[in-house]
Each structure stands twice: as structure tokens, then as C-alpha cells.
Design a protein around this ligand. Structure first.
Ligand code: HEM
Length: 498
């Protein structure tokens, strides 16, 4: 329509000029009209030939499918995939979401440039008030990529070797409060433990040593910034959670500035992430400033906090449900670490391949990040469809991990499906994506594996776990990450069998 309106205006304007023109100018005008019309027709044909993704109709204006998607997102997406195919759109709260389901469609998402499918525009509003300015989605993607590279340097095998005994000691110490047997909230326990282990391993000794309940509360307040309201509402609305988040941000930054200053002034170099960041330079030779370091430390902690605590909780519930797998994991501990169960260490932990598969399968059925999102900045073509600029383009790991045409017995928890390389029925590049892929891929995968495997190696030695009255938790789809609902587990001290 718009093309034709502007085309008509062009024609009328030209006719007015033609009335007062000589023959040469007339010829020139005629040619230009014909060329103009040809161009307009070509553009219009191109548009006409473009096929938008099928749009799932809704009778509810503005809200669209927000309620049905909000209640059962994965079921909604799988049903839509079966009805409309791998690319489809729908409206929620006035925004159009286009999902790319399955490995082939997801290719567009992971292979695109950030200028085409943009992450900052969808995530920045959530993360910038929490991490602060100058880092992550507040800077152009090439700068964030440099920051990710610096962080990755700090997450290396030599450091992991040091992290493992620390994580084991924190786990033993934390679980003393659980006593011999009982029923407890596993998710709460693991969330508290992981803040301690992540703070010690990712921030360093100084920050861990001052981590008390007051500071932990500041982290929770900061974390309270990751809500749907923060994503949907303007930042100036004085919501209590926004206020708490902003106060916590200021206070945490001040604590970190102090630690950074002391470390800079100290003669002793640390061997930790803080030191890595103090030593890191951008390509242009500039060192990170204190604000950037503090922001990156907050980002590291929060990026790993919920993802790891959610995953390790689900892992516990799967082990409690599948007692045979739990027993086999304990046997693996005895085999790998000897009957006396010597302390967890990097090399032996790496060889705990069953525990590895247990974690991998947990991440297949319960990837904590159920949807990744980008803002479509320029028209994108995939599988015969054109996605217009302005759509929110999404890929859902949870959905890709459950497609019946990709995964045999897709809804069964079967760690041994990963005995062969991919575990998927066919070798599809993006069928298994708990850590994303492409330029935004997670840098914390290896650390997360080390952390979760060490915690569970330790817990398997301490306790045997059971579901409470056979209850396997439902998925809490109201939280941004898919956490377990009513996550209470039954446990009793393990009696050594040998
Ligand atoms: C089980 C644990 C974890 C899971 C499942 C997970 C998952 C993910 C996913 C799916 C992404 C891609 C997001 C997107 O493309 O939109 C991502 C990115 C990222 N993750 Fe993780 N993550 C985990 C742990 C961690 C940890 C422990 C850290 C830090 C130590 C971390 C730091 C990051 C960073 C910095 C990014 C980059 C974001 C970007 O480039 O846009 N993650 N993670």
C-alpha cells in the first residue's frame, strides 16, 4: 500500500512538471517516469512474493496469546510447530514474536550478525540496571565480545583445578545444616550454596570473605531486577523492586570498588578472575576501569547463579526419581575415587562420564533458559519466509530438545542416549543448545560443568535421595528461568556399602 501511495504522488508531481516542458525535457521525463514505474513495480512484486511466516490467529487484541503461552509455553510452541511448521509468528502484549523451531530454522538465529538480529535491544533493558553501564548489552557487541574473551581467559583448567576443592569444601560445610536425614527445599539449598561457591571461585577470596547474609540479600535484590515487569515496563516507573535493585546495585558496586582498590594497591597478585580482569586490556590497549570490572563481576555471578542452581536442582530430582541411575552414579564415585572416596579432583571428575551424561540429559529436558531472543533489525529470510524488521525472533532450547523427529523417546530421562556423540536421532547442529551457539554462546559452560559435577559428586557421597511421596516437581513457568515448583526432596545419610 505504502509503495503505491508514494508511487501515485510521484506520478502527479511529474505530470505537473510535464505540462510546462519542452520536447527534450519531455523525453527525459517520460524515460524517468517509465524507469520509476518499473522500479516501483519491481519493489512491489518483490514484496508480493515475500511470504510472511504463518501468524497464529488470536481473538484477544493486544494481549494476543500471552495467557496461553504464559501458562504452558513449551506445549504451545510444540503444538504450533506441528500445525504451522518450523517458522511461525504470534502476538503477545502488542509485540510480534517469531519462533524458529528445530535445527534448520535455528541456523538463522545463531549465524546472523548482531546488526541483523540484535541482542542488546531485547536484553539491555533488563541487564543494564543490574550490571551497570559500560558492560555486556550496554556496549556495542564487538566490545562485549572482547569482554567475553577476557572473562574466558580467566575460566581455564588451571583455575578449575583450584576451584574443585573449594567447591567440595563449601558443599560439605553448607550441608552440615541438613543433618542425618529429613525433607528440605533442594532448590533453596543449592541456590544458597552456589552463591557461595560462585563468589569464591569467580570473584576471589576477598569478596567471598565478606559475603554475609546482608550482602547475599543485596544480590537477591539485584536479581529481583530480572522480572517480566522490568522487561515490559518503562524504567522510570517507581516499582519497589526497581528501587531495591537500584539501591543494591550502588551498594554492591561500592563493595567491589573497595576490593578492587585494595587489590590494585597490594603487592600480592591473586590467581583468580579479579586478577585476570585487572590485567586485561582491550584491543586498543586500554585497561578495564573499576566500573567495568565491578559490572563484569556482577554479570558473572548472576549469569551463573540461577542457571547453575536450577540445573543442579533438577539433576537432584531426576536422580531421586531414577534410583538406578543414582546408585550407578555412586558406584562411579567408588570406582573413580577409590573405596576410601578420596577428595574430588579435576582428572577423576573429568572421567566421571555417567555423571557427565546425567548432567547433559538434565540440560536436555530442563535447560534453564527456555527461550533466547533477538530483535529483528533488517528483513531476514529463512525457509521460504521473510521475517520483517521489528519482530522479536526467538529460539527455544527446551522445544528443540523435545522434538519427536529429532529425539528418540524425547520425553524420557535417559542419560545413556549421550553414549553416542550427539544423542540426537540425526546429526543436527542446533538440536542440543542449552548453552546457545554463535556469537552469544555461553562462556560459562565448562565452569558450570565443574561446579555442578563437584557439588553432586559430594552430595552423592553424603546422602541418598528420594522423591517425597513420589512427587516430581512441576516446572514453574512463571519464573524467567524454568525452576522446579515445590522443590522439596527427601534425604538420608548414605551408609557406606563397603
Ligand atoms: C548450567 C549453566 C548455564 C547455562 C545453561 C547457560 C546458558 C546460556 C545460554 C543459553 C546463553 C546464550 C544466551 C543467548 O544467546 O541469548 C548463555 C550466554 C552466556 N552465559 Fe551462560 N549459562 C550457564 C552458566 C553460565 C555461567 C556459570 C557463566 C559465567 C561464569 C555464564 C555466562 C554467560 C555469558 C557471559 C553469556 C554471553 C551472553 C552473550 O554473549 O550475549 N553462563 N548462557
Amino acid at each position: 500500500m505504502e509503495i503505491w501511495n508514494s508511487g501515485n504522488a510521484y506520478i502527479y508531481e511529474t505530470i505537473a512538471k510535464v505540462q510546462s516542458a519542452n520536447v527534450a525535457t519531455l523525453a527525459l521525463f517520460t524515460t524517468s517516469i517509465l524507469l520509476g514505474l518499473a522500479l516501483i513495480a519491481k519493489k512491489s512484486n518483490e514484496k508480493k512474493n515475500q511470504k510472511l511466516p504463518p501468524h497464529i490467529p488470536s481473538s484477544i487484541p493486544y494481549l494476543g496469546h500471552a495467557i496461553s503461552f504464559g501458562q504452558t509455553p513449551i506445549e504451545f510452541l510444540i503444538a504450533a510447530y506441528q500445525r504451522y511448521g518450523p517458522v511461525f509468528s504470534f502476538t503477545m502484549v502488542g509485540k510480534t514474536f517469531t519462533y524458529l523451531i528445530g535445527s534448520d530454522a535455528a541456523k538463522l538465529f545463531f549465524d546472523s550478525k548482531n546488526e541483523a538480529l540484535n541482542a542488546e535491544e531485547v536484553y539491555g533493558k533488563l541487564t543494564t540496571p543490574v550490571f551497570g553501564k559500560g558492560v555486556a548489552y550496554d556496549v556495542p557487541n564487538p566490545v562485549f565480545l572482547e569482554q567475553k574473551k577476557m572473562l574466558k581467559t580467566g575460566l581455564n583448567i588451571a583455575r578449575f583445578r583450584q576451584h574443585i576443592p573449594i567447591i567440595e569444601a563449601e558443599t560439605v560445610d553448607y550441608f552440615k545444616r541438613w543433618g542425618e536425614q529429613g525433607q528440605r527445599d533442594l532448590f533453596e539449598g543449592l541456590s544458597e550454596l552456589i552463591i557461595l561457591t560462585a563468589s569464591r571461585c569467580l570473584h576471589g577470596k576477598e569478596i567471598r570473605s565478606i559475603l554475609n547474609e546482608k550482602i547475599a540479600q543485596l544480590y537477591w535484590d539485584l536479581d529481583g531486577g530480572f522480572t517480566a515487569e522490568a522487561w515490559l515496563l518503562p524504567t522510570w516507573i517507581p516499582l519497589p523492586s526497581f528501587r531495591k535493585r537500584d539501591i543494591a546495585h550502588k551498594k554492591v558496586k561500592e563493595i567491589f570498588y573497595d576490593v578492587i582498590k585494595k587489590r590494585r594497591e597490594s603487592d600480592v597478585r591473586g590467581d583468580d578472575m579479579l586478577q585476570t580482569l585487572l590485567d586485561s586490556k582491550y584491543k586498543n590497549g586500554r585497561y578495564l576501569n573499576d566500573d567495568e570490572i565491578a559490572g563484569m563481576l556482577i554479570g558473572l555471578l548472576l549469569a551463573g547463579q540461577h542457571t547453575s542452581s536450577t540445573t543442579s536442582s533438577w539433576l537432584g530430582f531426576f536422580l531421586a526419581k531414577h534410583k538406578d541411575v543414582q546408585d550407578a552414579c555412586y558406584e562411579e564415585q567408588l570406582k573413580q575415587f577409590g573405596e576410601e572416596l578420596r577428595p574430588v579432583n579435576y582428572d577423576d571428575l573429568k572421567d566421571c562420564q555417567l555423571l557427565d551424561r546425567v548432567l547433559k540429559e538434565t540440560l536436555r529436558l530442563r535447560p534453564p533458559i527456555m527461550t533466547m531472543m533477538r530483535m529483528c533489525k533488517t528483513e531476514q529470510n529463512i525457509m521460504g519466509y521473510t521475517i520483517p524488521a521489528g519482530h522479536q525472533v526467538c529460539v527455544s532450547p527446551t522445544t528443540n530438545h523435545r522434538l519427536p523427529d529429532t529425539w528418540e523417546n524425547f520425553d524420557q530421562y535417559d542419560p545413556d542416549r549421550f553414549l553416542d556423540k550427539t544423542g540426537a536421532t540425526s546429526e543436527e547442529k542446533f538440536s542440543y543448545i542449552p548453552f546457545g551457539a554463535g556469537r552469544h554462546r555461553c562462556i560459562g559452560e565448562s565452569f558450570a560443568y565443574i561446579q555442578i559435577k563437584t557439588i553432586w559428586a559430594t552430595l552423592l557421597r553424603l546422602y541418598e535421595f528420594e522423591l517425597v511421596d513420589g512427587h516430581f516437581p512441576e516446572v514453574n513457568v512463571r519464573t524467567m528461568l524454568h525452576t522446579p515448583l515445590h522443590p522439596v526432596i527427601k534425604y538420608k545419610r548414605r551408609q557406606p556399602v563397603h
